[in-house]
Design a protein around this ligand. Sequence first.
Ligand code: ADP
Length: 293
Amino acid sequence: TIFNLGSINWDHCYQVSHFVRPGETLSAKSYNLNLGGKGANQSVAASKAGASIKHIGAVAKGDAAIEVLQQLGVDTSGIEQQTERVTGHAIIQIDSDAENAIVLHSGANGALNWQWVQQQLSQGQPGDWLLMQNETNLLEQSARFARQQGMQVAFNPAPMDKAITLKLLPQLDLLIVNQVELQDLSEENELEAAIETIQRQSSVNLLITLGSQGALYVSADQRQQVKAFRVDATDTTAAGDTFIGYFLARRCVSDNLGEALQQASAAAALCVTKAGAIASIPDAEQVRTFLET
Ligand code: ADP
């Protein structure tokens, strides 16, 4: 089982002629509402990959996000319904040049309650994983507690906070970063120098996603690379989340690192061919078909 301690967000997207100016009231040309948050995206990806996935997080009482995630196969019993908080959300303006301007409110994502989280994690066992991103509170306590349960811990420091990530490193088995996050963390622009810098500080295993260049897994004694599949990229939203969900889902059931990377790369390639976040995450059947053709 993967326990994913992560954010759940509603993204309110407004098409506008221009970004709203101080004092202005602006009518949107159109509106759509999407469920997102890196946490929710990664839970859905792991679920679609076939993993047993329990999401740990929080939303406002009665929020429809719970039902949406449940229908996508995620165990939602670890999502606390808070009466004093709103669900995390973003107000996204998209102008005629497709630029965006975003107001984000973390809401319940930033107010996770330790007693609740600890109760969920106490169900963890050796062989289970705790997955986390940097969009909630309680990261360090959760990692420590999960390790006491014999679980392995994976962290995707997105958005990157160097201080938080360095402090967490000793509690981690796997650190998953994209190129920008790796550069920000290591303060090195060159890939090999960046890897060396992290390895000097910690023995954590590294999974580095490299966009259209694929991905690289680095541990103390092995290195494995996977190429990105050639596809027509239309929207890379949630590509990283899809990669992570699929990779960890495969790691849970098999020691075959190469196969996990291959599946993750195929799933992420399919994701970039479709618009949207959760809507663009393929299921295991689609990934199998893609790999066969
Ligand atoms: P993030 O989405 O976090 O910025 P990346 O850009 O590294 O992360 O993308 C994650 C993964 O998605 C890559 O490792 C790759 O497998 C896949 N991917 C991203 N862009 C493309 C692309 N243009 N073509 C094929 N696969 C891609």
